[in-house]
Design a protein. Structure first.
Length: 578
């Protein structure tokens, strides 16, 4: 009977696995699925100088960074380009910290303009120069109509460039004539810092974005037009567009087809509740993109911070939103914007060392690169450069998906064969103990019950039962010496396997010893660990404390902490201070 039971369980499990994988394969883009894949991140050679507030762009296939500030929050009148596996340093005419860079249509030149006038992000400048990629030279000429920092530009027809945005008000639309001069075009109804400039026609454009008040970005529903009067978009009052840094501009979010007159863009936005969504803009029409499921704002390792603009790859009809978390992992949300609803895929990396908080740039082969940036201090920018092999991962994941069902079917057959082998083994060979923790060798009777039936009883009494006191000691020694409670995925079977006993023996022991479950047993250890962290670092973020203590998320940490202490973590910290 025992043999038939094991075979029946094995077959049931395998059948359910095959069914689940079949459904997953058939519904890979449905609203209740969210494919997740690990992505490889390659650290490229560091830049010659640490940089933040710099511009990053591709000219004729070559990655180039210009300006910004370096260590000490000091302006740097330099640029670098990546070639033959290394960075080559160049002098610029002026420093451009939080300035403008617009690659012109010929792809071999870039207009560089504006930025802060002094170190420490102070003031704005008129300064303009042109970068020639062929000669790797910078030539200064002319000046902006207004002093500007945190500005953006958009190339129009005939090489003209529309410019808008500023750090401290004093904004207007101005136009570079493509040769030498910058001329005032019109005043704006609302000034923006690092605004979105997007085309609505070959010779027309709109300007919108956030405003900077009280040291933070705030939403603004006013949209200015190159031609015509300003208008309001109520959607922008609820959904605030992500803020640009100087790594890219709105043309990186272009998803239309200029040849057919389709001027469409995709931008990322967030609301007051911290939710993330994509806004599709076509002409002057703003609408939320319908996606297969909500954009994720957390992972198993904690909250994901998304605060940069979308980068679109028209070749693959995908757009990418880049984020990171407190563990140093990077995340990329991919949206297939030409499908309805648009499928989402989440890519993640292992923890990365010194990943800057800056928008990635799309490389010609479809991968993403992040250069420099800061962690949390403008006085200590980074020189690190990370390349994310996104295109390779996306292609591999698609081909792997078509083979996943076959793989699970093979595994199911192997599982049945393994079940048969286990039955044969258990019939002919009684189980033995193999444990790194010393346990008594003689068989011991079951622990006494406490007035109710023990549902966790060992199904094989007499073979794998042990004295409760000795097993208590073994469990405690294993958990505490190896600090297994810091593993959020630890299961009772892991402890049982390490001790060489049945998992039901571990559960029954803890039940008889503590009067509660294995999970609460682990949470008690985790809470004590969290209390030590909070005692030593009372200002540390609660989410970080939860992850460091072995909890899978902040909610379970709050619940367990209050169950043990009767207080929330913040209340406990306040009590300790008092």
């Amino acid at each position: 009977m025992k043999r038939q039971t094991i075979l029946f369980v094995a077959w049931t499990v395998c059948a359910n696995v095959i069914w689940a994988q079949t459904v997953k394969s058939e519904q890979s883009h449905s609203s209740d699925t969210f494919p997740t894949f690990r992505i490889e991140a390659e650290r490229l050679p560091d830049m010659n100088l640490p940089r933040a507030g710099h511009s990053v762009f591709i000219t004729d296939g070559e990655l180039t960074v210009v300006g910004g500030h370096t260590s000490g929050f000091v302006l740097t009148p330099t640029a670098e380009y990546f070639s033959d596996g290394q960075w080559h340093l160049l002098p610029t005419v002026y420093p451009h910290d939080n300035g403008l860079a617009v690659v012109l249509q010929q792809g071999r030149k870039a207009l560089i303009a504006g930025g802060h006038e002094k170190n420490l992000g102070i003031g704005q400048s008129y300064e303009v120069e042109m970068y020639d990629r062929t000669a790797h030279t910078f030539v200064g000429f002319g000046c902006l109509d207004k002093k500007r920092a945190f500005l953006q530009g958009l190339e129009m027809d005939s090489g003209r460039v529309l410019i808008s945005g500023n750090h401290k008000g004093n904004d207007a639309l101005e136009m570079f004539d493509g040769q030498k001069y910058f001329n005032h075009v019109k005043d704006v109804a609302s000034w923006h810092f690092t605004p979105y400039l997007i085309r609505t026609a070959k010779d027309d454009a709109i300007v919108f974005g956030t405003v900077w008040r009280n040291g933070r970005a705030e939403p603004c529903d006013t949209v200015d037009c190159l031609k015509g009067d300003p208008f309001t978009v109520p959607l922008l009052k609820t959904w605030m567009p992500m803020v640009f840094d100087q790594s890219n501009h709105a043309e990186c979010a272009f998803i239309g087809d200029e040849a057919t007159g389709d001027y469409s863009y995709l931008i990322a936005a967030k609301n007051h509740d911290g939710e993330i969504a994509f806004i599709r803009i076509k002409g002057t029409d703003f609408s939320l993109l319908k996606t297969s499921c909500p954009v994720p704002t957390s992972s198993r390792w904690g909250a994901i911070k998304f605060n940069r603009a979308v980068v679109a790859d028209r070749h693959s009809s995908r757009a990418y939103l880049f984020g990171c978390d407190s563990t140093g992992r990077a995340y990329v949300v991919s949206v297939e914007y030409n499908k309805t609803p648009a499928p989402l895929t989440l890519y993640y990396t292992d923890p990365l060392n010194r990943l800057g908080d800056t928008t990635p740039v799309l490389m010609p082969d479809g991968d993403l690169v992040v250069t420099g940036g800061i962690l949390d201090d403008n006085f200590a920018p980074l020189a690190t450069v990370w390349l994310f092999h996104l295109q390779t991962t996306a292609t591999t994941s698609q081909s792997t998906g078509s083979m996943r069902l076959w793989l699970w079917m093979v595994l199911a057959v192997l599982a049945i064969v393994a079940a048969l082998a286990i039955v044969r083994y258990r019939v002919h060979c009684p189980p033995t103990r193999q444990s790194s923790v010393s346990l008594p060798a003689e068989p011991i009777p079951e622990p006494a019950t406490t007035g109710h039936s023990n549902r966790n009883a060992d199904p094989n009494p007499g073979q794998e039962s042990v004295y409760v006191p000795q097993l208590q000691t073994a469990i405690s020694q294993l958990i505490e010496t190896q600090r297994l409670y810091l593993n959020p995925d630890l299961k009772v079977t892991d402890v049982a396997d390490a001790l060489g006993v049945h998992r039901n023996a571990v559960s029954a022991c803890i039940n008889a010893w503590k009067g509660y479950s294995f999970n609460k047993f682990l949470n008690d250890y985790r809470v004590e660990h969290a209390k030590q962290i909070l005692h030593q670092n009372p200002d540390q973020k609660i989410a970080a404390v939860a992850l460091e203590s072995g909890f899978s998320n902040e909610r379970s940490f709050f619940r367990a902490f209050k169950a043990v202490t009767g207080l929330t973590p913040k209340e406990w910290v306040t009590q300790q201070k008092n």
